[in-house]
Write a protein that binds this ligand. Structure first.
Ligand SMILES: Nc1ncnc2c1ncn2[C@@H]1O[C@H](COP(=O)(O)OP(=O)(O)OP(=O)(O)O)[C@@H](O)[C@H]1O
Ligand SMILES: [Mg+2]
Length: 250
């Protein structure tokens, strides 16, 4: 059974950094002493094992799954249940069963926070989540570009329609500032996060800069490679801890 504050990282839009934000927020919360589970709910497009460079697989005990422990967080992903880079070729109803499996058949233990990495869009998984975890809260991710905002907003509208609490908006890839320079470049435009937050009657929680990707073969965990980024994620994590209280979700 899941317990703790469940926060879904979502967006109608693909490729805006949901998984990156989910992973880094989970690590930042663990850094400030919280017990954190990270569940990759992108069943078709699972990416968390690769982002964290996790090679180990979960073990089982009495028909229950023991999730993978990694850097102080507890992780579950469809990627752990498949061989190599196998594609998932299921229809919708199987996705719902897999969500049940992740929530009910995994030994989660006591958690302060459960971070859910959602697939893009407002399809089956997002819909199932609204029914299965009515107390789930959501953070909507967008880039500053108006087109991203337009699509991302649909995830927020869906949250509102199903009475999920929207904690706020994260604007990712907000700007680029070259190392050792005061210059700031708004490569994808400006203000999208503010616009989305205002359209959804919520707050902009963080603006996360674009950073250089890691060198080949390194995990794309941005927290460890960039002081500016680490400070943004740690402020976000502290802010969430101060504003939320842990409660049972199911
Ligand atoms: N702030 C950032 N700076 C630089 N690169 C970033 C940043 N955030 C994300 N990325 C990169 O952008 C790409 C897309 O990020 P990510 O996979 O997290 O997006 P997503 O929204 O989860 O995508 P999908 O919709 O496919 O699940 C990845 O290569 C990631 O490393
Ligand atoms: Mg993703």
């Amino acid at each position: 059974m899941l317990n703790g504050n469940v926060i879904a990282i979502t967006s109608g839009k693909g490729g805006v950094g949901k998984s990156t934000v989910a992973v880094n927020l989970a690590l930042a919360l663990a850094d400030i002493g919280k017990k954190v589970a990270l569940i990759d709910l992108d069943i078709y497009g699972y990416s968390v094992p690769k982002i964290l460079n996790i090679e180990s697989k979960p073990k089982t005990m009495n028909n229950k799954i023991i999730p993978v422990g990694h850097e102080n967080i507890t992780v579950m992903s469809m990627g752990f249940l498949l061989k190599g880079n196998d594609p998932v070729v299921w229809r919708g109803p199987m996705l719902g069963k897999m969500i049940d499996h992740f929530f009910d058949d995994v030994i989660w233990g006591k958690q302060d926070f459960v971070i859910l990495d959602l697939p893009p869009g407002t399809g089956d998984i997002a819909l199932d989540l609204h029914h299965k975890l009515p107390k789930c809260q959501e953070i909507i991710v967008t880039t500053p570009h108006p087109n991203a905002v337009h699509v991302a907003e649909r995830a927020g509208m869906m949250a509102k329609q199903t009475n999920h609490t929207i904690l706020g908006v994260i604007e990712n890839m907000s700007y680029f500032s070259p190392p050792n320079s005061e210059e700031v470049y708004h490569l994808f435009g400006k203000g999208g996060g503010e616009t989305l937050a205002s359209n959804l009657d919520t707050n902009l929680l963080a603006s996360i800069p674009l950073v250089h990707p890691q060198a080949d073969g390194e995990p794309s965990v941005l927290l460890t490679q960039d002081e500016q980024l680490a400070s943004v994620y740690h402020s976000l994590a502290t802010n969430l801890v101060e504003t939320l209280t842990c409660e049972e979700v199911k």
